[in-house]
Design a protein around this ligand. Structure first.
Ligand code: ARG
Length: 465
């Protein structure tokens, strides 16, 4: 039977039989949790310094520990560190190496600490750093959208409801709708940080410890907002990761909706965008194709992030207090979700920067979709025709234009007057798409001046970050 000696394990004291190899592989996490090495080392250094301040270990021992951990840190960075599967996880790998290097002082590092509070600290530091990174990427994307919206404040796009042509809107207005979503996502990241950037160190295994620890000073050294209020909660709470995954899922929802629009707009029947070559691919059999693969994959990858959120919720729902080994399964899903969220945000920002818009195709669609029909109805209503009747007249005008194969604006005044004698020469101005867009100048509306106002508000927000 393949096995490895259990006396080599940090917990080997009570074990006579070695661990079986398959169990070692099944329970081990080092192959993925080594991603936490920076957080693990930062946490251990802060813990060692605190132990010395509290007189639990000597100043000289703390110096040796910190020095040893710094060497390990650079060894890992430079690929010199040897990770051992039989040492189970990142924590035991680093501690074992430290002891190998500095002897007894290394063995004192874990005083007043358990892997239960240690892993939770590492993971909280990691998740918090990623929330900061997502925030930055979100702000970057908002910036790109604000810039592109500036170029297209006056570009007229068919606005849709039910994916049916509805009313003309400014393309800039449409782009800024997403900018506001990503701004809220930024704020969600920052809000989640208030709860994730909190130290659980000092909770030990579950009940606190007999050593005179000072958790507050550790939290301060690590730049965290505060410490736990209850040791059982501290070692078994993963809501910080759930919140981050919810925020990540919401980000992906917004990205995915944007992708869906890019995919629709890139279809030649719409043709509102010309995909930049760098963000599209061709077909191996159909020479005419230019496929929006990047947008499709981003829409698809959204499912992975939702999966991570559902996975962790399901993982947590039946766990009694306090730590349970099930919780080791929290990390891989988060790492995967983080890669997806981070890459998707960077790629979307790059893609939107170079996205080619085609205003001439938007104009064609405005005509085909009779997007000025509401204008005609409103025009008649303003002249005292009851709105229901005005709606009916405008509908008949649409039918007439459809039959002629033209837009409402192409009907002659005489033709229009057969439907209502309230229609006069001034209708021509009203039927212009540009007029329709400009007249919707209520706060937050699509008029170009309101689009510029939104851009100023968003720029002001960006400048204050
Ligand atoms: N690798 C473990 C995890 O990720 C560390 C904590 C293990 N604690 C324990 N009592 N076995 O959750």
């Amino acid at each position: 039977m393949s096995s490895s000696s259990s006396s080599s394990k940090p917990w080997g004291g009570r074990f006579a039989e070695p661990t079986s190899k398959i169990v070692e592989r099944y329970t081990g996490s080092v192959r993925y949790d080594k991603a936490l090495f920076e957080q693990d080392i930062a946490g251990s250094k802060a813990h060692a310094r605190m132990l010395a301040r509290q007189g639990v270990i000597s100043e000289a021992e703390a110096v040796k520990i910190v020095g040893g951990l710094d060497i390990i840190l650079s060894d890992i960075h430079e690929g010199r560190f040897v990770w051992k599967d039989e040492l189970e996880d990142v924590h035991m790998n680093i501690e074992a190496r430290l002891t190998e290097m500095i002897g007894d002082a290394g063995r004192k590092l874990h005083t007043g600490r358990s892997r239960n509070d240690q892993v939770c600290l590492d993971f909280r530091l990691f998740v918090s750093a990623r929330l900061e990174a997502w925030s930055e990427l979100l702000a970057g994307l908002v910036k790109v959208l604000v810039e592109r919206a500036g170029e297209h404040a006056e570009t007229i796009l068919p606005g849709y409801t039910h994916l049916q042509p509805a009313q003309p809107v400014s393309l800039g207005h449409h782009l800024l709708a997403y900018a506001w979503m990503f701004k809220r996502d930024y704020e969600r990241c920052q809000d989640a940080l208030k709860r994730s950037a909190v130290s659980p160190l000092g909770a030990a295994a579950l009940a606190g410890t007999t050593f005179p620890l000072d958790p507050k000073s550790v939290a301060e050294e690590l730049g965290l907002y505060g410490t736990f209020g209850n040791s059982l909660d501290a070692v078994s709470d993963r809501d910080f990761a759930l919140e981050a995954l919810f925020v990540g899922s919401t980000v992906m929802t917004h990205l995915s909706r944007m992708c869906e629009e890019i995919i629709i707009w890139a279809n030649p029947n719409f043709g509102y965008v010309a995909l930049p070559d760098a963000f599209a691919t061709g077909s191996s059999i159909m020479p005419q194709k230019k496929n929006p693969d990047v947008a499709e994959l981003m829409r698809g990858k959204t499912g992975r992030v939702y999966g991570a959120l559902m996975g962790l919720m399901t993982l947590m729902k039946g766990l009694p207090l306090a730590y349970n080994r099930d919780m080791q399964e929290d990390k891989e899903q988060f790492f995967d979700a983080d890669r997806t969220v981070s890459d998707s945000l960077s790629i979307m920002a790059e893609m939107m920067q170079v996205m080619g818009f085609r205003p001439e195709r938007m104009l064609q669609a405005l005509k085909l979709g009779f997007l000025n029909a509401t204008e005609l109805a409103d025009y008649l209503a303003a002249k005292g025709v009851p709105f229901r009747e005005a709606h009916h007249v405008s509908g008949s005008a649409v039918a007439m234009a459809e039959k002629k194969g033209c837009g409402l604006e192409d009907l002659t005044l005489e033709e229009l007057r057969t439907l209502s004698d309230k229609i006069e020469a001034d209708v021509a101005e009203v039927l212009k798409y540009e007029t329709a867009m400009k007249r919707r100048n209520t706060p937050g509306g699509t008029a170009p001046e309101r689009v510029q106002e939104q851009r100023s508000a968003l720029k002001y927000w960006l400048a204050g970050l």
